[in-house]
Design a protein. Sequence first.
Length: 297
Amino acid sequence: MNNIKQDFTIKDLENISGIKAHTIRIWEKRYNLLTPKRTETNIRFYSNENLQKLLNIVLLNNNNFKISKIAKMSDEEIILESREMAFNSLNNDEAINSFKLAMFQFDKVLFNNTYNNLLLNMTFREVFKDVFIPFLDHIGLLWQTDTLIPAHEHFISNLIAQKIQINTEKLQYSVSNSAKTYVLFLPENEIHELGLLYLNYELTLRGNNTIYLGQSLPLNNLDYFLKGDKEFCFITSMTIMPFDAKVEEYFKEIDGILKGVKHQLIATGNKTNLVSNLNFESNIKLYKSVSDLLKEL
């Protein structure tokens, strides 16, 4: 998983593009659109260039370009037409395909143009919920099928994180002096922070004061906030950490830290299911997802 992935199976291409392997083979044989290589045992595999070309073809085909017409275009023409199409597309599914293409090509210009076009007709909240969340869900599936490499995921995640941070910064001066302050952090060795970043945006949008501590925070760092009379609500999100076998121990440590104080902890993520039957002595609330939490805020 840590090596740069340059070769893809036809199943990888199907997972990424949404086009059935059978259809890809037809496009390959009938129209010579892709040129796979073969292993010594005669198994097809496709290059990164093949993948990028397929994503461009899908974008054009979804916008009324017939495959027979695309087959007559040069590789350069396919790239130019698809980029222009991506820049002008407003459909959510097309935007998601454009973001896929931007991710696999490390194309920041394509990402930003697609994002800016969406904002012509949508609010940032709508873009995040209707486009970024389905896109990120798809990235999760690509991880599970070992189709995605860390470089791709880091590139696109950082671009999305920048958009969240920019929109959050715009709200900073509208924050009220609310009685409760939210302190947002991720457990040690947890680096997947897009959900927490977006939650920070939503809390700020609602006029709340937030302190964003970010990735990989040791629990003893919370001691600073336990002194004094100010009330805090701690929020954490768990994607891969702690490991399943350590989740119960982690929550018991938090329970001990917050026992007898007025502060609250909110935890989100699928790992909260592992401790849903525990009886806490402190004020701890569990939510399966950030979306579930937002419904109650």
